[in-house]
Design a binder for this molecule. Structure first.
Ligand SMILES: [Zn+2]
Ligand SMILES: [Zn+2]
Ligand SMILES: [Zn+2]
Length: 205
């Protein structure tokens, strides 16, 4: 511990640095070259789940997350980063086709609640409706999303969450209510947690 003590001020600086814009590897502007931060100080976003420390404009953030729609993102409000959501920023998940080559005959956007390992997300989903279409619940399963109902599902859990929950309940006997409440701590979207608890048949209040 004595050896580490002189490092305390620098460690604190590095940790605080992560809270601001200076930790971004591209502190002048977005990598697309279209957006300069000095001219657009309120158009800065970052992802806390992606390994890179790049700052993005909204367009690039959405483009980079077509294949990672359940990442947690943040928006620079001029003073600090605050949690944003890919759903509210306009990300649409296309099922049945490659994310970058969506179905040409897709459905309307359907609002979903998706339970993942670190939080509960809202998601805008479009189903395939072209000649390759299959029932929606199978399209969800093929995207590793387990639908809550057989018909007209509006809630799903990621396979990753189900495996995590299974392991947690085997090892620690944690109950479903506790883990949903834990995920809700990370969630500021009004009504989302209530909807999940309703599906689990739990009292909302
Ligand atoms: Zn950009
Ligand atoms: Zn990300
Ligand atoms: Zn299609």
């Amino acid at each position: 511990l004595k050896e580490w003590e002189p490092e305390i001020p620098r460690y604190l600086l590095e940790l605080i640095r992560n809270e601001g814009l200076k930790n971004g590897l591209n502190s002048d502007g977005c990598l697309c070259g279209k957006v300069k931060w000095e001219e657009n100080p309120l158009h800065i976003y970052r992802c806390v789940d992606c390994f890179d420390c790049n700052l993005h404009c909204q367009e690039c953030l959405l483009h980079h997350h077509q294949s990672n729609p359940f990442h947690t993102v943040e928006h620079w409000n001029g003073r600090h980063f605050e949690t944003a959501t890919l759903y509210e920023l306009g990300l649409v998940i296309h099922l049945g086709h490659s994310p970058l080559l969506p179905c040409i005959g897709h459905s309307n956007v359907q609002k979903f609640t998706v339970i993942d390992t670190d939080r509960i997300h809202l998601a805008a989903i479009r189903f395939c409706r072209c000649s390759h279409t299959i029932p929606d619940r199978y399209q969800l399963l093929r995207a590793q999303l387990y639908p809550a109902t057989l018909t007209a599902p509006q809630t799903a859990a990621t396979f990753r969450f189900l495996k995590f929950f299974q392991m947690l309940s085997f090892m620690s006997k944690v109950c479903d209510l506790l883990i949903i409440h834990l995920l809700c701590i990370n969630n500021k979207l009004a009504g989302v947690c209530d909807r999940v608890l309703f599906y689990l048949g739990k009292n909302v209040r």
